[in-house]
Design a protein around this ligand. Sequence first.
Ligand code: UDP
Length: 448
Amino acid sequence: MSVDLGINRRILLFPLPYQGHINPMLELASLLHLRGFSITIFHTQFNSIDSTKHPSYDFISIIDGTTSNHFDVNDIPSQIIALNTNCEEPFHDSLRKFLSENQGVACLVADLHWYKMHAVAKRLGVASLVLRTGSAASLRWFTAFSVLQEKVYHHLQELKKDELVTELPPYRVKDLIFIDKSRLGDIATLVAQDVEAAQNSSGIIMNTFTAIESDEIQKLHQELSVPIFAIGPLHKFTSQFQSSLLPQDRSCLDWLDKQAPGSVLYVSFGSLASLNYEEFVETAWGLANSRQTFLWVVRPGLVCGTENVSMPDGFDGEVRGRGVVVAWAPQLEVLAHDAIGGFWTHNGWNSTLEGIWEGVPMICRPFFADQMGNARYVTHVWKVGIELEGKLERRIIEKTVRSLMKEKEGYEIRERMRVLRKNASECTKADGSSHLAINKLVHHILSL
Ligand code: UDP
Protein backbone atom coordinates (compact mmCIF):
# COMPACT_ATOMS: atom_id res chain seq x y z
CA MET A 1 0.00 0.00 0.00
CA SER A 2 1.36 3.44 -0.78
CA VAL A 3 0.28 6.44 1.27
CA ASP A 4 0.61 10.17 0.79
CA LEU A 5 3.68 10.87 2.87
CA GLY A 6 3.23 14.65 3.26
CA ILE A 7 6.33 16.55 4.29
CA ASN A 8 7.53 14.64 7.34
CA ARG A 9 9.04 11.78 5.51
CA ARG A 10 12.42 11.23 7.17
CA ILE A 11 12.75 8.71 9.97
CA LEU A 12 15.78 8.59 12.24
CA LEU A 13 16.74 5.19 13.60
CA PHE A 14 19.16 4.31 16.38
CA PRO A 15 19.83 0.58 16.93
CA LEU A 16 21.48 -0.74 20.09
CA PRO A 17 24.90 -2.00 18.94
CA TYR A 18 24.45 -5.78 19.28
CA GLN A 19 23.73 -8.14 16.39
CA GLY A 20 20.35 -9.25 17.77
CA HIS A 21 19.25 -5.60 18.05
CA ILE A 22 20.85 -4.30 14.84
CA ASN A 23 19.15 -6.90 12.61
CA PRO A 24 15.53 -6.04 13.50
CA MET A 25 16.26 -2.28 13.39
CA LEU A 26 17.71 -2.57 9.88
CA GLU A 27 14.79 -4.77 8.87
CA LEU A 28 12.49 -2.00 10.12
CA ALA A 29 14.56 0.52 8.14
CA SER A 30 14.01 -1.53 5.01
CA LEU A 31 10.28 -1.84 5.68
CA LEU A 32 9.86 1.92 6.22
CA HIS A 33 12.03 2.73 3.22
CA LEU A 34 9.81 0.53 1.06
CA ARG A 35 6.87 2.60 2.33
CA GLY A 36 8.52 5.72 0.94
CA PHE A 37 10.31 7.15 3.99
CA SER A 38 13.89 8.41 3.88
CA ILE A 39 16.11 6.83 6.49
CA THR A 40 18.93 8.21 8.61
CA ILE A 41 20.67 5.75 10.90
CA PHE A 42 22.63 6.82 13.96
CA HIS A 43 25.13 4.19 15.02
CA THR A 44 27.87 3.83 17.60
CA GLN A 45 31.52 3.15 16.84
CA PHE A 46 31.21 0.03 18.97
CA ASN A 47 29.90 -2.70 16.61
CA SER A 48 29.47 0.01 13.99
CA ILE A 49 27.34 -0.73 10.94
CA ASP A 50 29.04 -0.86 7.55
CA SER A 51 27.28 2.02 5.81
CA THR A 52 28.64 0.99 2.38
CA LYS A 53 26.25 -2.01 2.49
CA HIS A 54 23.26 0.33 2.76
CA PRO A 55 23.62 2.97 0.03
CA SER A 56 19.93 3.98 0.31
CA TYR A 57 20.30 5.30 3.86
CA ASP A 58 22.27 8.13 5.47
CA PHE A 59 24.47 7.31 8.44
CA ILE A 60 25.68 9.37 11.39
CA SER A 61 28.36 7.93 13.64
CA ILE A 62 28.11 8.62 17.38
CA ILE A 63 31.21 8.65 19.56
CA ASP A 64 30.51 6.19 22.38
CA GLY A 65 33.68 6.18 24.45
CA THR A 66 33.94 2.36 24.29
CA THR A 67 37.47 1.09 24.07
CA SER A 68 36.95 -2.58 23.25
CA ASN A 69 34.58 -4.86 21.36
CA HIS A 70 35.20 -7.63 23.90
CA PHE A 71 33.07 -8.05 26.98
CA ASP A 72 31.46 -10.58 29.26
CA VAL A 73 27.73 -11.16 28.64
CA ASN A 74 27.17 -10.58 32.37
CA ASP A 75 28.40 -7.04 31.81
CA ILE A 76 25.82 -6.22 29.13
CA PRO A 77 23.43 -4.33 31.50
CA SER A 78 26.24 -2.14 32.83
CA GLN A 79 27.58 -1.73 29.29
CA ILE A 80 24.14 -0.54 28.13
CA ILE A 81 24.01 1.94 31.00
CA ALA A 82 27.54 3.17 30.12
CA LEU A 83 26.61 3.48 26.42
CA ASN A 84 23.59 5.59 27.38
CA THR A 85 25.72 7.85 29.54
CA ASN A 86 28.53 8.16 26.98
CA CYS A 87 26.30 8.69 23.96
CA GLU A 88 23.81 11.14 25.46
CA GLU A 89 25.80 14.29 24.74
CA PRO A 90 27.24 13.26 21.34
CA PHE A 91 23.76 12.16 20.24
CA HIS A 92 22.25 15.41 21.50
CA ASP A 93 24.81 17.46 19.56
CA SER A 94 24.44 15.37 16.38
CA LEU A 95 20.66 15.45 16.48
CA ARG A 96 20.56 19.21 17.14
CA LYS A 97 22.93 19.81 14.20
CA PHE A 98 20.91 17.45 12.00
CA LEU A 99 17.66 19.24 12.83
CA SER A 100 19.21 22.63 12.11
CA GLU A 101 20.26 21.43 8.64
CA ASN A 102 17.29 19.22 7.71
CA GLN A 103 13.54 19.54 7.70
CA GLY A 104 10.78 17.00 7.57
CA VAL A 105 11.86 14.67 10.38
CA ALA A 106 8.87 12.57 11.35
CA CYS A 107 10.30 10.81 14.40
CA LEU A 108 13.14 8.88 15.98
CA VAL A 109 12.82 5.12 16.39
CA ALA A 110 15.35 3.91 18.94
CA ASP A 111 15.86 0.62 20.77
CA LEU A 112 14.04 0.25 24.10
CA HIS A 113 17.42 0.25 25.87
CA TRP A 114 18.38 3.69 24.46
CA TYR A 115 16.43 5.38 27.26
CA LYS A 116 18.58 8.52 27.30
CA MET A 117 18.27 8.98 23.53
CA HIS A 118 14.48 8.94 23.80
CA ALA A 119 14.76 11.71 26.37
CA VAL A 120 17.18 13.69 24.14
CA ALA A 121 14.75 13.47 21.21
CA LYS A 122 11.93 14.71 23.40
CA ARG A 123 14.02 17.67 24.62
CA LEU A 124 14.74 18.62 21.00
CA GLY A 125 11.09 18.36 20.02
CA VAL A 126 11.33 15.09 18.07
CA ALA A 127 8.70 12.40 18.69
CA SER A 128 10.27 9.07 19.59
CA LEU A 129 9.07 5.52 19.17
CA VAL A 130 10.54 2.49 20.88
CA LEU A 131 11.60 -0.63 18.99
CA ARG A 132 11.41 -3.64 21.29
CA THR A 133 13.47 -6.38 19.66
CA GLY A 134 12.41 -9.14 22.08
CA SER A 135 9.09 -10.91 22.63
CA ALA A 136 5.94 -9.35 24.05
CA ALA A 137 6.25 -11.76 27.00
CA SER A 138 9.74 -10.46 27.73
CA LEU A 139 8.50 -6.86 27.64
CA ARG A 140 5.94 -7.87 30.26
CA TRP A 141 8.90 -9.01 32.38
CA PHE A 142 10.13 -5.40 32.23
CA THR A 143 6.79 -3.93 33.25
CA ALA A 144 6.40 -6.49 36.07
CA PHE A 145 9.99 -6.12 37.27
CA SER A 146 9.40 -4.17 40.49
CA VAL A 147 6.86 -6.79 41.63
CA LEU A 148 9.16 -9.63 40.55
CA GLN A 149 12.02 -8.05 42.45
CA GLU A 150 10.00 -8.13 45.69
CA LYS A 151 8.30 -11.50 45.20
CA VAL A 152 10.89 -13.54 43.32
CA TYR A 153 14.39 -12.08 42.98
CA HIS A 154 14.72 -11.33 46.72
CA HIS A 155 13.59 -14.91 47.55
CA LEU A 156 15.46 -17.03 45.01
CA GLN A 157 17.00 -19.20 47.78
CA GLU A 158 13.58 -20.27 49.07
CA LEU A 159 11.81 -20.76 45.74
CA LYS A 160 11.81 -23.98 43.71
CA LYS A 161 13.18 -23.51 40.19
CA ASP A 162 10.16 -25.25 38.64
CA GLU A 163 7.67 -23.09 40.52
CA LEU A 164 5.29 -21.11 38.31
CA VAL A 165 5.70 -17.35 38.59
CA THR A 166 2.08 -16.42 39.32
CA GLU A 167 2.72 -12.77 38.38
CA LEU A 168 3.98 -13.77 34.92
CA PRO A 169 2.76 -17.17 33.72
CA PRO A 170 3.78 -19.36 31.90
CA TYR A 171 7.28 -18.48 33.14
CA ARG A 172 8.65 -20.63 35.94
CA VAL A 173 11.31 -19.24 38.26
CA LYS A 174 14.03 -20.80 36.10
CA ASP A 175 12.65 -19.17 32.94
CA LEU A 176 13.07 -15.64 34.28
CA ILE A 177 16.07 -13.59 33.26
CA PHE A 178 18.70 -14.72 35.71
CA ILE A 179 20.20 -11.91 37.74
CA ASP A 180 23.14 -12.29 40.03
CA LYS A 181 22.36 -10.62 43.40
CA SER A 182 25.28 -8.24 43.03
CA ARG A 183 23.86 -6.93 39.73
CA LEU A 184 20.23 -6.55 40.84
CA GLY A 185 20.80 -2.83 41.42
CA ASP A 186 22.17 -2.21 37.90
CA ILE A 187 19.34 -4.15 36.29
CA ALA A 188 16.68 -2.40 38.39
CA THR A 189 18.07 0.97 37.22
CA LEU A 190 18.13 -0.12 33.58
CA VAL A 191 14.65 -1.64 33.65
CA ALA A 192 13.09 1.38 35.41
CA GLN A 193 14.58 3.76 32.83
CA ASP A 194 13.57 1.52 29.92
CA VAL A 195 9.97 1.30 31.15
CA GLU A 196 9.82 5.06 31.70
CA ALA A 197 11.16 5.64 28.16
CA ALA A 198 8.54 3.27 26.75
CA GLN A 199 5.72 4.94 28.71
CA ASN A 200 6.81 8.40 27.56
CA SER A 201 7.26 7.37 23.93
CA SER A 202 4.84 7.91 21.07
CA GLY A 203 4.48 4.16 20.62
CA ILE A 204 6.14 0.76 20.86
CA ILE A 205 7.02 -1.23 17.76
CA MET A 206 7.32 -4.93 18.49
CA ASN A 207 8.97 -7.70 16.50
CA THR A 208 6.25 -10.23 17.27
CA PHE A 209 2.86 -11.22 15.89
CA THR A 210 -0.54 -12.45 16.99
CA ALA A 211 -0.13 -16.08 15.84
CA ILE A 212 2.39 -16.64 18.62
CA GLU A 213 1.74 -13.96 21.27
CA SER A 214 -1.85 -12.81 20.92
CA ASP A 215 -2.55 -12.79 24.71
CA GLU A 216 0.75 -11.16 25.57
CA ILE A 217 0.23 -8.38 23.02
CA GLN A 218 -3.31 -7.87 24.33
CA LYS A 219 -2.04 -7.62 27.92
CA LEU A 220 0.59 -5.08 26.92
CA HIS A 221 -2.15 -2.99 25.29
CA GLN A 222 -3.90 -3.00 28.68
CA GLU A 223 -0.77 -2.42 30.77
CA LEU A 224 0.92 0.34 28.79
CA SER A 225 -0.67 3.64 27.97
CA VAL A 226 0.97 4.03 24.54
CA PRO A 227 0.08 2.59 21.12
CA ILE A 228 1.63 -0.81 20.38
CA PHE A 229 2.39 -2.09 16.90
CA ALA A 230 3.04 -5.84 16.64
CA ILE A 231 4.50 -5.95 13.12
CA GLY A 232 6.70 -9.03 13.14
CA PRO A 233 8.40 -11.05 11.98
CA LEU A 234 10.32 -8.07 10.65
CA HIS A 235 12.67 -10.08 8.44
CA LYS A 236 9.64 -11.15 6.39
CA PHE A 237 9.05 -7.54 5.28
CA THR A 238 12.65 -6.85 4.31
CA SER A 239 13.83 -6.33 0.76
CA GLN A 240 17.56 -6.79 1.36
CA PHE A 241 19.49 -8.05 4.31
CA GLN A 242 23.03 -6.91 4.91
CA SER A 243 23.42 -6.33 8.63
CA SER A 244 25.85 -9.06 9.70
CA LEU A 245 28.71 -7.75 11.80
CA LEU A 246 30.73 -10.87 10.87
CA PRO A 247 31.38 -12.01 7.28
CA GLN A 248 28.98 -14.78 6.26
CA ASP A 249 30.39 -18.05 4.96
CA ARG A 250 28.07 -18.65 2.04
CA SER A 251 29.81 -21.85 0.92
CA CYS A 252 27.56 -23.78 3.29
CA LEU A 253 24.61 -23.02 0.98
CA ASP A 254 26.29 -24.99 -1.84
CA TRP A 255 26.85 -27.84 0.58
CA LEU A 256 23.20 -27.69 1.69
CA ASP A 257 22.13 -27.90 -1.97
CA LYS A 258 23.65 -31.40 -2.04
CA GLN A 259 21.85 -32.68 1.06
CA ALA A 260 18.52 -34.50 1.19
CA PRO A 261 15.42 -32.48 2.17
CA GLY A 262 14.94 -32.19 5.94
CA SER A 263 18.15 -34.08 6.70
CA VAL A 264 20.41 -31.41 8.22
CA LEU A 265 20.49 -30.13 11.80
CA TYR A 266 21.53 -26.46 11.91
CA VAL A 267 23.33 -25.55 15.15
CA SER A 268 23.89 -21.93 16.18
CA PHE A 269 24.07 -20.15 19.51
CA GLY A 270 23.81 -16.61 18.16
CA SER A 271 26.23 -13.72 18.47
CA LEU A 272 26.93 -13.55 22.21
CA ALA A 273 26.42 -16.88 24.03
CA SER A 274 29.53 -18.85 24.89
CA LEU A 275 30.51 -22.36 25.99
CA ASN A 276 33.40 -23.43 28.18
CA TYR A 277 35.91 -25.71 26.51
CA GLU A 278 34.49 -28.88 28.09
CA GLU A 279 30.95 -28.02 26.86
CA PHE A 280 32.38 -27.32 23.41
CA VAL A 281 34.05 -30.75 23.26
CA GLU A 282 30.87 -32.48 24.49
CA THR A 283 28.83 -30.63 21.85
CA ALA A 284 31.28 -31.63 19.12
CA TRP A 285 31.21 -35.30 20.06
CA GLY A 286 27.48 -35.29 20.74
CA LEU A 287 26.92 -34.07 17.18
CA ALA A 288 29.48 -36.47 15.73
CA ASN A 289 28.10 -39.49 17.60
CA SER A 290 24.48 -38.70 16.65
CA ARG A 291 25.42 -39.73 13.06
CA GLN A 292 23.23 -36.82 11.97
CA THR A 293 24.19 -34.50 9.11
CA PHE A 294 24.78 -31.05 10.61
CA LEU A 295 25.89 -27.48 9.97
CA TRP A 296 27.41 -25.86 13.07
CA VAL A 297 28.28 -22.19 13.57
CA VAL A 298 31.45 -21.93 15.65
CA ARG A 299 31.92 -18.17 15.66
CA PRO A 300 35.04 -16.44 16.97
CA GLY A 301 34.65 -16.20 20.75
CA LEU A 302 32.09 -19.04 21.01
CA VAL A 303 34.45 -20.79 23.44
CA CYS A 304 35.24 -18.62 26.48
CA GLY A 305 38.75 -17.32 26.52
CA THR A 306 39.63 -18.37 22.93
CA GLU A 307 39.14 -16.21 19.89
CA ASN A 308 39.53 -19.06 17.37
CA VAL A 309 39.16 -22.51 18.85
CA SER A 310 40.43 -25.66 17.08
CA MET A 311 38.04 -28.56 16.68
CA PRO A 312 38.78 -31.50 19.03
CA ASP A 313 41.32 -34.09 17.80
CA GLY A 314 39.74 -36.64 15.47
CA PHE A 315 36.52 -34.66 15.04
CA ASP A 316 37.10 -33.51 11.44
CA GLY A 317 37.88 -37.05 10.26
CA GLU A 318 34.88 -38.48 12.11
CA VAL A 319 32.34 -36.07 10.59
CA ARG A 320 33.88 -35.68 7.13
CA GLY A 321 31.12 -35.58 4.50
CA ARG A 322 28.30 -35.14 6.98
CA GLY A 323 29.27 -32.30 9.25
CA VAL A 324 30.21 -28.74 8.28
CA VAL A 325 31.52 -26.05 10.62
CA VAL A 326 31.41 -22.35 9.65
CA ALA A 327 32.39 -19.19 11.52
CA TRP A 328 29.16 -17.36 10.64
CA ALA A 329 26.28 -18.47 8.44
CA PRO A 330 23.74 -16.64 6.28
CA GLN A 331 21.19 -17.82 8.84
CA LEU A 332 18.00 -16.66 7.14
CA GLU A 333 18.93 -18.47 3.96
CA VAL A 334 20.12 -21.53 5.86
CA LEU A 335 16.86 -21.85 7.79
CA ALA A 336 14.89 -21.37 4.57
CA HIS A 337 16.82 -24.15 2.83
CA ASP A 338 14.94 -27.39 2.08
CA ALA A 339 17.77 -29.48 3.48
CA ILE A 340 17.31 -28.12 7.01
CA GLY A 341 15.25 -30.42 9.25
CA GLY A 342 16.09 -29.13 12.71
CA PHE A 343 17.56 -26.12 14.52
CA TRP A 344 19.57 -26.44 17.71
CA THR A 345 19.30 -22.87 18.97
CA HIS A 346 20.08 -20.70 22.01
CA ASN A 347 16.64 -19.13 21.50
CA GLY A 348 17.66 -15.56 21.00
CA TRP A 349 14.40 -13.91 19.94
CA ASN A 350 15.49 -13.32 16.33
CA SER A 351 16.59 -16.93 15.91
CA THR A 352 13.36 -18.13 17.51
CA LEU A 353 11.24 -16.05 15.12
CA GLU A 354 13.34 -17.03 12.12
CA GLY A 355 13.03 -20.72 13.01
CA ILE A 356 9.24 -20.48 13.43
CA TRP A 357 8.87 -18.54 10.21
CA GLU A 358 10.63 -21.31 8.27
CA GLY A 359 8.83 -24.03 10.23
CA VAL A 360 12.00 -25.64 11.57
CA PRO A 361 11.58 -27.77 14.74
CA MET A 362 14.01 -26.82 17.50
CA ILE A 363 16.32 -28.13 20.15
CA CYS A 364 16.38 -25.38 22.78
CA ARG A 365 19.48 -24.65 24.80
CA PRO A 366 19.05 -21.15 26.26
CA PHE A 367 22.05 -19.44 27.88
CA PHE A 368 21.08 -16.09 29.42
CA ALA A 369 18.75 -13.05 29.40
CA ASP A 370 15.36 -13.63 27.71
CA GLN A 371 16.52 -16.89 26.08
CA MET A 372 15.16 -19.13 28.87
CA GLY A 373 11.76 -17.46 28.61
CA ASN A 374 11.76 -17.83 24.81
CA ALA A 375 12.66 -21.52 25.18
CA ARG A 376 9.74 -21.91 27.62
CA TYR A 377 7.34 -20.69 24.94
CA VAL A 378 8.91 -22.91 22.26
CA THR A 379 8.80 -26.08 24.36
CA HIS A 380 5.70 -25.61 26.53
CA VAL A 381 3.38 -23.10 24.86
CA TRP A 382 3.81 -23.66 21.12
CA LYS A 383 5.32 -27.13 21.74
CA VAL A 384 7.59 -26.98 18.71
CA GLY A 385 10.89 -27.83 20.35
CA ILE A 386 12.69 -30.10 22.81
CA GLU A 387 14.58 -28.53 25.68
CA LEU A 388 18.14 -29.75 26.20
CA GLU A 389 18.47 -29.33 29.96
CA GLY A 390 21.21 -29.94 32.49
CA LYS A 391 24.91 -30.42 31.93
CA LEU A 392 25.93 -30.49 28.26
CA GLU A 393 26.97 -34.10 27.89
CA ARG A 394 27.63 -35.96 24.63
CA ARG A 395 25.26 -38.88 25.27
CA ILE A 396 22.36 -36.55 26.12
CA ILE A 397 23.08 -34.42 23.06
CA GLU A 398 23.19 -37.51 20.85
CA LYS A 399 19.85 -38.73 22.25
CA THR A 400 18.16 -35.32 21.91
CA VAL A 401 19.34 -34.91 18.32
CA ARG A 402 17.97 -38.35 17.46
CA SER A 403 14.64 -37.60 19.19
CA LEU A 404 14.17 -34.45 17.13
CA MET A 405 15.42 -35.70 13.78
CA LYS A 406 14.41 -39.36 13.74
CA GLU A 407 11.87 -40.31 16.39
CA LYS A 408 8.15 -39.99 17.19
CA GLU A 409 8.62 -36.97 19.44
CA GLY A 410 10.33 -35.12 16.60
CA TYR A 411 7.63 -36.17 14.16
CA GLU A 412 4.89 -34.76 16.43
CA ILE A 413 6.84 -31.54 16.93
CA ARG A 414 7.22 -31.22 13.16
CA GLU A 415 3.45 -31.53 12.72
CA ARG A 416 2.78 -28.79 15.31
CA MET A 417 5.43 -26.61 13.71
CA ARG A 418 3.71 -26.99 10.35
CA VAL A 419 0.49 -25.59 11.82
CA LEU A 420 2.30 -22.78 13.66
CA ARG A 421 4.12 -21.81 10.48
CA LYS A 422 0.86 -21.65 8.56
CA ASN A 423 -0.71 -19.45 11.25
CA ALA A 424 2.38 -17.24 11.23
CA SER A 425 2.16 -16.74 7.49
CA GLU A 426 -1.49 -15.63 7.84
CA CYS A 427 -0.32 -12.64 9.94
CA THR A 428 1.77 -11.26 7.10
CA LYS A 429 -0.91 -11.48 4.39
CA ALA A 430 -2.58 -8.26 3.21
CA ASP A 431 -5.40 -8.63 5.75
CA GLY A 432 -3.19 -10.23 8.43
CA SER A 433 -2.56 -8.66 11.83
CA SER A 434 1.09 -7.69 11.19
CA HIS A 435 0.29 -6.13 7.84
CA LEU A 436 -2.58 -4.13 9.32
CA ALA A 437 -0.33 -3.04 12.21
CA ILE A 438 2.28 -1.79 9.72
CA ASN A 439 -0.39 0.30 7.96
CA LYS A 440 -1.44 1.72 11.33
CA LEU A 441 2.19 2.44 12.22
CA VAL A 442 2.76 4.35 8.97
CA HIS A 443 -0.34 6.48 9.58
CA HIS A 444 0.64 6.99 13.19
CA ILE A 445 4.12 8.21 12.21
CA LEU A 446 2.60 10.62 9.70
CA SER A 447 0.27 11.98 12.36
CA LEU A 448 3.02 12.78 14.89
N1 UDP B 1 22.90 -14.98 12.74
C1 UDP B 1 23.48 -15.07 11.49
N2 UDP B 1 24.44 -16.01 11.29
C2 UDP B 1 24.84 -16.89 12.25
C3 UDP B 1 24.23 -16.81 13.52
C4 UDP B 1 23.26 -15.85 13.72
O1 UDP B 1 23.15 -14.29 10.59
O2 UDP B 1 25.72 -17.69 11.97
C5 UDP B 1 21.87 -13.95 12.97
C6 UDP B 1 20.51 -14.56 13.18
O3 UDP B 1 19.86 -14.74 11.93
C7 UDP B 1 19.82 -13.55 14.08
C8 UDP B 1 20.97 -12.88 14.82
O4 UDP B 1 22.16 -13.24 14.15
O5 UDP B 1 19.11 -12.60 13.31
C9 UDP B 1 21.10 -13.33 16.26
O6 UDP B 1 20.07 -12.77 17.00
P1 UDP B 1 19.38 -13.56 18.17
O7 UDP B 1 18.35 -12.65 18.77
O8 UDP B 1 18.88 -14.87 17.72
O9 UDP B 1 20.55 -13.89 19.19
P2 UDP B 1 21.70 -13.00 19.89
O10 UDP B 1 22.85 -13.00 18.97
O11 UDP B 1 21.13 -11.62 20.14
O12 UDP B 1 21.97 -13.76 21.14
